[in-house]
Design a protein around this ligand. Structure first.
Ligand code: ZN
Length: 332
């Protein structure tokens, strides 16, 4: 097993001239499941969850969005249903704790209307969200756990092939399902020339310029500034030349349960306010606190109006890919 060390280097000089802070918005788990399945994750197009997002974009012309799309979503339930099998030692780590959707059922290249709809959304970029969003054992949505760097690389390539076959326009960004980004995955992302990753979610640490992430996913990254992840492997099994232009990490620091004061503090500190939502509110046995229902849409509109009133042109309304490109261009 190859050990990989990760170094985190905070980046500062990324804001364009005249901007004091930035705002990004991302929505996770967008895939072709419809309300006739366990839940509408985008498959109902304008009649459902994506319609809600589209109206939100229409009414708020400054706002831009990054959609994280799993190439071949397989989780049918988000909670365990196989009770007794999961109590058997050895077996419990090797089975899926709930039945999976058949392979390919929600593969995006099999859903051309869904792809056309995403491609036509204004001010929207799509990025890769895992591959199947599933793993055997108790952490059933944590797709990346023990896989090797080359296995991670193969999964990334398969996701890319599916997006290419689908004709889905996308950027070179990645969100690991359920936040977890082990070093082997970060190394594989660098090898494959991905530009950004969102792994840490921290909704509790008090906002300061020096605050570090201590919530879900990656720890020790800046709470409010982009952070370069540098991986130094002890050996290089793929033979790839070291050091791409850099993988930039962004921290999710705001969601439906956060206060407007938290958003204002991030702006006041000159950071990147990264607002996050899930495309569905309830389904698969759980309810998401940050599901994009009407109440969260209303709250987001209130927040965005407040930011526009207070800061006007001094705010950079941007996307994760655009900030990553700025970071890579301004890296000393
Ligand atoms: Zn997800």
């Amino acid at each position: 097993m190859t050990a990989t060390a990760m170094t985190l280097v905070e980046h500062h000089s990324w804001l364009p001239a005249g901007k004091r802070a930035a705002v990004c918005f991302n929505v996770d788990d967008v895939h072709p499941a419809t309300s006739r399945d366990e839940f509408d994750a985008g498959g109902d197009l304008g009649r459902g969850a994506l319609g809600r997002l589209e109206r939100l974009l229409e009414r708020n012309p400054s706002v831009r969005v990054t959609l994280f799309v799993p190439p071949d979503w397989r989780l049918q339930r988000l909670v365990p249903t196989r009770r007794w099998l999961t109590r058997i030692p050895f077996l419990r780590e090797r089975i899926h704790w709930a039945p999976l959707t058949p392979k390919g059922r929600f593969r995006v290249d099999r859903h051309p209307e869904f792809v056309s709809y995403l491609n036509a959304l204004p001010r929207t970029e799509c990025a890769v969200h895992g591959l199947n969003h599933a793993h055997v054992g108790p952490r059933m949505a944590v797709e990346f756990q023990e896989q090797s760097r080359s296995r991670c690389r193969a999964m990334l390539e398969e996701g890319r092939r599916i997006f290419a076959a689908a004709g889905l326009r996308h950027v070179q960004g990645f969100a690991p399902p359920a936040w977890n980004a082990p070093p082997a995955l970060c190394q594989a992302l660098s090898d494959a020339d991905f530009r950004f990753i969102t792994s840490a979610r921290d909704l509790d640490t008090a906002v300061t310029g020096e605050a570090r992430t201590a919530g879900s996913g990656l720890r020790g990254a800046s709470l409010i500034q982009p952070t370069f992840i540098r991986c130094t492997p002890e050996e290089n099994p793929t033979g790839a030349t070291a050091s791409s232009a850099g993988l930039v990490h962004f921290t999710t620091n705001f969601q439906a349960t956060s206060t407007i004061d938290r958003a204002l503090a991030i702006i006041e500190c000159g950071g990147l306010l990264l607002i996050r939502a899930h495309i569905f509110k309830t389904g698969g046995g759980i309810t998401m606190l940050d599901g994009l229902d009407n109440a969260y849409c209303d709250y987001l509109e209130r927040l965005w109006r407040e930011l526009e009133t207070r800061y006007g042109d001094a705010l950079w309304w941007t996307t994760l890919a655009e900030v990553a490109d700025r970071c890579r261009a301004t890296r000393s």
